[in-house]
Write a protein that binds this ligand. Structure first.
Ligand code: ZN
Length: 201
């Protein structure tokens, strides 16, 4: 196994902050970085999302290109090859998660390419609104939990249902944003609080 792959595969959650410390000074400026590094971001989630966005996570398609494996089948849908774009966006299982996340925020999720998704996210989630914060937090949490879920299925033979994953994502957003200061009289914020279960305190 190539050193890069080995390093990525052997880097558990416990060492995420160490890895982050080692790269934060020399991380390249990328157009989507504000989707990952924002006030209230969760460092270990943003780190995995950063690696996913750079296509540095050892997805099966990447490992196949490196000659490490012949198995490329996605462990979530068991149909399509597990590429970065598939695992975090276009897999039917993942698309259903995105549909729920968008609907909690009063939006419709439309299937699109990775680049289109990033462009829309950058354009629509750039304000300092509760909405932008919720969506960025949901994005980073979804990527982190999906990567964790993929690894559990692959290496431990354990799996959670999609409903469990959705609840886990919702819980992170809820716990992280409850009690925060924002305009609680805006209708859009009231709806977000209701759907995402964000409490006053
Ligand atoms: Zn899939």
């Amino acid at each position: 196994m190539r050193p890069e792959v080995h390093q990525l595969l052997s880097s558990g959650v416990a060492t995420a902050s160490t890895i982050w410390d080692s790269i934060r000074e020399r991380r390249p400026k990328v157009p989507w970085q504000k989707l990952l590094w924002f006030p209230l971001h969760i460092p270990k989630y943003s780190l995995i999302t950063w690696m996913a966005f750079l296509d540095k996570l050892p997805t099966k398609v990447r490992l196949q290109r490196m000659g490490v494996t012949n198995d490329t089948i996605c462990v979530l849908c068991s149909t399509e090859p597990e590429s970065r774009d598939h695992l975090f966006l276009s897999c039917p299982i993942v698309a259903s998660l995105w549909e729920s996340i968008f609907s909690f925020s009063g939006l419709n999720f439309a299937a699109c390419s990775w680049d289109e998704f990033l462009t829309q996210a950058r354009n629509n989630w750039k304000q300092k609104s509760l909405f932008s914060l919720v969506m960025k937090l949901a994005l980073n949490t979804l990527v982190y939990f999906l990567w964790e879920e993929r690894n559990k299925r692959l290496f431990q033979g354990r799996s959670r249902t999609i409903e469990d994953l959705l609840k886990a994502i919702k819980d992170v957003v809820s716990v992280h944003l409850s009690g925060r200061t924002f305009n609680r009289f805006l209708v859009v914020n009231i709806n977000l609080c209701n759907h995402w279960n964000i409490a006053d305190h």
